[in-house]
Ligand binder design. Structure first.
Ligand code: ADP
Length: 630
């Protein structure tokens, strides 16, 4: 007879929902940051309408509605639990239509109800795993979900009806560029002083990314939304993905947005952490005609979990009774943490101190540099955004933390290009071994400016360029130069951010000679698909030089872990939290120090300096390739 463990001591776990641009996942974390259960759904797409560059990529796989466990799951105690059954979460497998749609070139829409359904299904799958783990007779403890945290893609804009809860159109994702005309028009209307004034207030440049332009587009182009707006009877609700999820996943129907998300709308003033009349006016938004969510911290009680009724929202693949039953086990659990994805990975990388930075090498590359409680406006084109705000913590830790953000448009996608267009490799993972067949790039410099050069160069007319090829150049040299091209840009952004933060012209060189000066950056925390390759991180360390150690996250799911940390600090009373404070987080979650995850410069200083000079020369030559009229 198996021993019953109903009286077993309970171990708290944190449930997280992580909504990405191409997939959704839920992960249950322990206090040590271990993954107890995980489930991921890749979004289904209208593949036939997918833009050229997204066809054939493995990100756009079909979604599965079944949960399968092929590998054993390990409990926190290290007990392998094999779960062999398939659990059906949806009643019928007929297609409910895609989660992502590409209705026109440059348009990327997401279906808000599907996103919600994906989040629910991922949660259900994790809870089923948790139940199986808890039923294991060898386990002396019982895991219990104590709080819930959310991380999400930012800027994506959703408008819905308060009466029905249903979205009134597809969500416009952050990558969608349909608003370019609106943005160009506004850019022409205002002078440089006004631009600077807006930037000081929002931390953002005028761009198609941010939610304001997307909402403006909906009000100008969607008849239903415009009619509701004109009626002005309080039915119209605006939100980003965090707001949409929290609204539908809380019993109270909490209508909130955490500051890291709200700071990406272009409606919020970074100083007041609230909506700004001048900004709303700039976009022609009348807040008496559309409800805007209350801006809240990243870590507090937002509401208690309750499963949404997906059929009422028009999701016709009904969730099974078993799935709803298991969701009851977390009904009432507080949702107490929320962060936009890049902020979440800053937190998940434990980059809490001012001057620490993280770099996520995904399809594109996102760099965040924590500037603590100081708001810095970049002179080099970095954005100012919120890192996190954990108000329950004492002293400065409890104040909103700012970050400078820089991104590189082409990072992992250069590897996809070498794979799919040049057929140089079969799989992304082959890039490291190919590049390491040579000691250096043989004088080749690859500027991967496929759609122009971004921070800190800002040259829209630049295009991808390969310099320095000779008869001797091989595919390995090109592969190496391509990886270097990404890593040089990371160096350029870090240099620019450090100088925004008051460091000398090139802190990476300066710090080599100065004795006592506090270094602007000593460790670069990394994650994302491309960081799996040791070769990439070694190249990065060699390019940054001996002042900076490059460290790969031991826990690969930094974004979800960040949401877990925010949720785990969300209770007012210290004894109700998963972690007392940030020191406690650092003490309990000890990851990333394994030697195989640490990379330090090996390249001699003179070679590093020569390579950097060569890169800068190449950048100058690549700039302005397209003429204005091109
Ligand atoms: P995203 O979240 O943007 O979809 P990921 O963090 O999943 O991105 O990273 C995907 C990118 O990582 C791909 O562009 C791919 O080229 C690259 N990648 C994946 N695995 C490896 C690997 N082993 N070595 C180098 N690059 C890799």
């Amino acid at each position: 007879m198996p021993r019953r463990n109903s009286n077993a001591p309970s171990i708290p776990v944190i449930a997280t929902i992580d909504i990405g641009t191409t997939s959704a996942r839920a992960i249950l974390f322990s206090q040590q940051g271990q993954e107890i259960a995980k489930h991921q759904i890749e979004y289904s797409t209208t593949a036939s309408e997918a833009p050229e560059n997204s066809k054939n990529t493995d990100q756009f796989r079909r979604r599965s509605s079944l949960m399968r466990h092929e590998d054993p799951i390990f409990s926190a105690e290290g007990i392998a639990i094999s779960i062999t059954d398939n659990v059906e979460i949806e009643n019928n497998k007929s297609s409910v239509g895609p989660t992502l749609r590409f209705p026109q070139p440059g348009w990327v829409e997401c279906m808000p109800v599907h996103i919600l359904a994906n989040a629910v299904q991922c949660l259900v799958a994790c809870l089923i795993t948790l139940r199986k783990i808890n039923q294991n007779p060898n386990l002396q403890v019982k895991y219990k979900v104590k709080c819930i945290g959310i991380a999400n893609m930012r800027e994506t804009t959703i408008v819905w009806s308060r009466k029905t809860g249903k979205p009134l159109s597809g969500g416009i994702t952050w990558t969608d560029t349909r608003t370019s005309e609106i943005v160009q028009h506004l850019e022409k209307m205002i002078d440089e002083d006004r631009k600077q004034e807006l930037k000081e207030k929002t931390g953002l440049p005028l761009s198609t990314y941010f939610s304001a332009a997307k909402l403006r587009w909906l009000l100008d182009n969607d008849d239903t939304i415009r009619d509701e707006y004109e009626k002005g009877d309080g039915n119209l609700m605006f939100g980003t993905v965090d707001t949409w999820l929290i609204y539908h996943l809380t019993k109270e129907k909490s209508f909130v947005s955490d500051i890291t998300n709200a700071s990406r709308t272009y409606f919020m003033d970074l100083e007041t952490q609230d909506y700004d009349d001048d900004l709303l006016d700039f976009w022609g938004i009348d807040p008496s005609k559309i409800r805007l969510p209350k801006i809240v911290s990243s870590s507090e009680f937002y509401g208690s979990f309750a499963a949404p009724n997906l059929s009422n929202l028009g999701f016709h693949n009904k969730i099974t009774q078993e799935a709803y039953d298991i969701l009851k086990t977390i009904t009432g659990v507080p949702i107490s943490g929320c962060l936009g994805d890049q902020s979440a990975s800053l937190v998940g990388q434990l980059a809490f101190s001012s001057g620490s930075a993280k770099c996520t090498y995904g399809t594109g590359c996102f760099l965040l540099y924590n500037t603590g409680i100081t708001k810095l406006i970049s002179d080099h084109g970095a954005l100012t955004t919120f890192g996190y705000w954990f108000p329950n913590l004492k002293g400065n830790s409890g104040k909103p933390h700012y970050a400078l953000e820089g991104s590189i448009a082409v990072a992992g996608s250069i590897i996809q290009w070498l794979r799919d267009n040049l057929k140089m490799i079969e799989n992304a993972k082959d890039i490291g071994p190919l590049a390491s067949q040579v000691d250096n790039s043989g004088g080749v410099v690859f500027i991967p400016a496929f759609s122009g050069l971004y921070a800190p160069y800002w040259d829209r007319g630049a295009r991808g360029t390969i310099f320095g090829m000779t008869q001797y150049t091989s595919s390995s040299h090109i592969a190496k130069a391509a990886l270097e091209g990404v890593c040089f840009q990371v160096r350029a952004i870090l240099k620019a951010m450090a100088s925004d933060a008051g460091a000398s012209e090139d802190f990476l060189e300066e710090a080599l000679t100065s004795q006592n000066e506090k270094k602007p950056l000593s460790t670069l925390a990394t994650d994302g698909g491309m960081s799996k390759a040791d070769e990439v991180l070694q190249i990065q360390a060699d390019i940054l030089g001996p002042c900076v150690t490059v460290k790969r996250a031991q826990i690969s799911e930094c974004t979800a872990l960040g949401a877990a940390i925010a949720a785990g600090l969300g209770a007012k009373n210290e004894e109700d939290r998963i972690w007392k404070d940030l020191d406690d987080v650092l003490e309990k979650i000890t990851g990333g120090d394994a030697e195989s995850n640490i990379f330090v410069a090996k390249l001699p200083d003179n070679e590093r300096r020569r390579n950097w000079k060569r890169w800068e020369k190449a950048v100058e030559r690549a700039k302005g390739w397209l003429d204005q009229e091109d």
